[in-house]
Design a protein around this ligand. Sequence first.
Ligand SMILES: [Zn+2]
Ligand SMILES: [Zn+2]
Ligand SMILES: [Zn+2]
Ligand SMILES: [Zn+2]
Length: 305
Amino acid sequence: MAPGGGVCKDVIESHPKTLKYDVATTKTDKSVTRIATGVSGKHGMQSTNGVHELLECPVCSTLMYPPIHQCPNGHTLCSNCKLRVHNCCPTCRLEMGNIRCLALEKVAESLELSCRHQDLGCHDIFPYYSKLKHEQSCRFRPYNCPYAGSECSVTGDIPYLVSHLKDDHNVDMHDGCTFNHRYVKSNPHEVENATWMLTVFNCYGRQFCLHFEAFQLGMAPVYISFLRFMGEDSEAKKFSYSLEVGGYGRKFTWQGVPRSIRDSHRKVRDSQDGLVIPRNMALFFSGGDRQELKLRVSGRIWKEQ
Ligand SMILES: [Zn+2]
Ligand SMILES: [Zn+2]
Ligand SMILES: [Zn+2]
Ligand SMILES: [Zn+2]
């Protein structure tokens, strides 16, 4: 195919379908419709002048960032989509070549944009290039579901995730800042494998996730229990917690600081930021024939001054 002028026959058949599908499923960046004018205050303005439409990628509908590409007929495309359409213009099907749209890039750079999490409460306005960076750490960005037992892709704010944990994962909810929790596994297979449990505590009007699970620490089978705070790290640091497990005159205690659920369950576990109990001790505490796990983990959450 000749560069610049060729028609990309190979993708013509499948293109219209995938184009529609992409538009319908990947339109997530709502902020493209809100462009601040500088004098409109901090909420930005609903733009009706079409500038935002110019900057919306025709394939994925997200805001285009430089480099912005155009085909020989002037149709623009974001760099991600340029790769995805195999360099073939989705509008006129000419080969894209390597033409930048510098004018549009300049327009893009001159804009001030609202954070994409505006719907969730963020009213900040950003110059074009700071927007993406801010959004990655925006405190209004949705949290991931803290449930660890399966791949769960649900995201949302804390009240939404609390009801999601209760309704969709059947997680136990408890009120109060002290707890005394029994973990019982009578199936030896479960004792040795990825046993994990999650309990949520309501305390000081906030929610804390108590995790308990088995994992391999190097060659050693251990259990770990730790607390995660359903909120930002800066707030998590205002709390402390203690955990205690034992029996027959022996006990392990742990005092720590809850981690924010911004840190994944796996990250916290792998950093061993919690009460780590070697399996043989856990089975000793459980008594009996060492075939079942019967642990009582007690603990307390308090607010640091
Ligand atoms: Zn695109
Ligand atoms: Zn074109
Ligand atoms: Zn924001
Ligand atoms: Zn979930």
